[in-house]
Design a binder for this molecule. Structure first.
Ligand SMILES: Nc1ncnc2c1ncn2[C@@H]1O[C@H](COP(=O)(O)OP(=O)(O)O)[C@@H](O)[C@H]1O
Ligand SMILES: [Mg+2]
Length: 293
């Protein structure tokens, strides 16, 4: 296995952690270590966890720290190889046929090729971070195809030939774990489960992301959100919701709303599901922060 202990000057998990924090992503030791190992061992990193725990953002922050372009393949139900690799630009080919008349025309010229994320990453592997986002949304067939791609970083285009990466690009996969991923795919990756941040870290994230929020407000919101996450909700609030709720309540408070009320009135930025709201509204007493100023 090719080991690359130093990439973009990052030579330890601690160095990577400092760089991520400087880029406004507050990574804990476990995530920094997993990310460092994935870089050093040149293996993709698989980040799994509930929606909103910071998986996509972690990949983007890593791209920023490494000075690489983040090329994102957003997976969805029914995604197929063409959407991930390349497509031929039919309208342009048609137009060219009309303009060429009797002249020779290569219909499979580069100019007609639409590179999709996987091909884009292969063409420029040393400057790319390939983010394969929410892979659990795709079906098993697509997952098998991805596994093959991640084994040889080669794409064969029947009309023009084979494209092979000169080195493996940095790859991050994320999954919200709506289904289990194939064993073989996990084996190929450095795996890390991202949990919701602990209270102290989440308060720091709020402060880092929302400069208007007072520390007491951040801490109070974090505690309330922890209560909400313990309830049987369809859409438990993620970290983004914590940040927004703190920001929204702070705004209402600055405009004169009193504290518990400022949180209650802005609950719609924390809970975004009608059933969840209906369930929680009568239960908010005792969950909402009291004094936060
Ligand atoms: N460790 C963190 N440091 C800074 N911001 C974070 C962190 N974790 C989550 N966030 C915030 O939460 C938001 C949602 O995270 P996101 O990456 O979209 O979640 P996921 O991809 O897991 O659903 C991000 O945009 C970011 O503002
Ligand atoms: Mg995401």
């Amino acid at each position: 296995m090719a080991v690359r202990p130093n990439i973009a000057g990052i030579d330890s998990p601690e160095a990577l952690q400092s760089a991520l924090v400087a880029a406004q992503y507050l990574a804990d030791d476990a995530l920094s270590t997993a990310a460092y190992l994935s870089l050093a061992l040149q293996k993709p990193m698989l980040l799994e966890g509930a929606p909103g725990v910071g998986k996509t953002e972690a990949a983007k922050a890593l791209g920023g720290v490494l000075g690489r372009n983040v090329i994102r393949l957003q997976c969805y139900e029914g995604i197929d190889a063409a959407a991930a690799l390349y497509e031929w630009n039919y309208p342009r080919q048609m137009l060219a046929i009309r303009q060429a008349g009797e002249d020779y025309l290569n219909l499979y010229d580069e100019q007609f090729l639409l590179a999709r994320p996987l091909l884009e990453a292969l063409r420029n592997p040393s400057q790319s971070l390939l983010l394969i986002d929410e892979i659990d949304r795709s079906d098993h067939e697509f997952e098998a195809f991805l596994l093959e791609f991640l084994s040889d970083f080669t794409i064969s285009i029947p009309e023009t030939g084979t494209v092979r990466a000169t080195e493996p690009p940095v790859v991050v996969l994320t999954s919200n774990r709506t289904r289990d991923l194939h064993e073989a795919l996990r084996r190929r990756c450095v795996y890390h489960w991202i949990d919701y941040p602990d209270a102290a870290l989440e308060a720091q994230i709020v402060m880092a992301r929302a400069s208007t929020v007072a520390q007491a407000t951040a801490e109070a919101v974090v505690a309330s959100v922890a209560h909400l996450r313990a309830e049987p909700l369809a859409k438990p609030p993620g970290v983004a919701e914590t940040v927004e709720w703190a920001e929204a309540a702070t705004l209402l408070n600055q405009q004169g709303a009193r504290w518990p009320d400022a949180f209650r009135r802005s609950i719609g930025v924390a809970l975004k599901d009608h059933d969840d709201l209906t369930y929680m509204m009568p239960r908010l007493e005792g969950i909402l922060p009291g004094e936060a100023a």
